[in-house]
Design a protein around this ligand. Structure first.
Ligand SMILES: CC(C)(COP(=O)(O)OP(=O)(O)OC[C@H]1O[C@@H](n2cnc3c(N)ncnc32)[C@H](O)[C@@H]1OP(=O)(O)O)[C@@H](O)C(=O)NCCC(=O)NCCS
Length: 157
């Protein structure tokens, strides 16, 4: 299918409800609390968040995806990335990931790391296609349901 061109911009506090809706559009995945999103997006200056917007009906911009990541020293950690399920597989996640990697490089991070549920095959495939390698595992890292995580990483250049 043809890729959708999105506009990537920094998240605003007023976007948080929409970010929560997007994450919840994936019914089979466990969800973060609304408070976690407020804390991350509002309070921590090392955390960056971008949203992807597209024009709907040729008029209004709607948010269809987001990425939240945190840069400390030379490591950038992706906390969460999601695209509204009805807009999946249209290249939106790719545009968000490119923006996150570019921003990480700009802020002198040498590597990008992330954790992913072992059962999340589509996300793992998405990351592998971005050049992420599995570098470790974390036992019982996730709750609801409890599951191990793969740790994946790639360089920023
Ligand atoms: C992972 C996610 C963000 C990808 O976003 P997306 O916009 O659908 O991805 P893109 O269209 O940019 O896909 C880029 C490439 O990733 C891979 N990919 C994406 N979705 C895939 C799927 N369901 N199955 C297999 N490969 C997939 C493909 O290689 C794809 O390229 P292609 O479509 O040309 O084959 C999205 O599936 C999502 O929101 N998942 C639910 C939330 C989640 O699991 N987040 C990760 C938490 S660790």
């Amino acid at each position: 299918m043809k890729a959708l061109q999105a506009r990537i911009r920094k998240v605003h506090k007023s976007d948080i409800d929409r970010v929560v809706d997007i994450e919840r559009s994936w019914h089979h995945l466990s969800h973060w609390s609304v408070d976690s999103y407020y804390r991350l997006i509002n309070e921590d200056s090392f955390t960056s968040s971008f949203v992807a917007e597209i024009e709907e009906d040729g008029r209004n911009m709607i948010i269809v995806g987001f990425v939240i990541f945190h840069i400390a020293a030379d490591v950038s950690e992706i906390y969460n990335i999601a695209v509204e399920s009805s807009y999946a597989r249209l290249g939106i996640g790719k545009q968000l990931m490119i923006a996150a990697i570019d921003e990480s490089r700009r802020r002198d991070a040498a590597r990008v790391v992330l954790e992913v549920r072992k059962s999340n095959a589509s996300a793992i495939n998405f990351y592998v296609n971005f050049g992420f390698r599995t570098v470790g595992e974390r036992k019982n890292y996730y709750s609801n349901p409890i599951e191990d995580a793969y740790v994946m990483e790639r360089e920023t250049d």
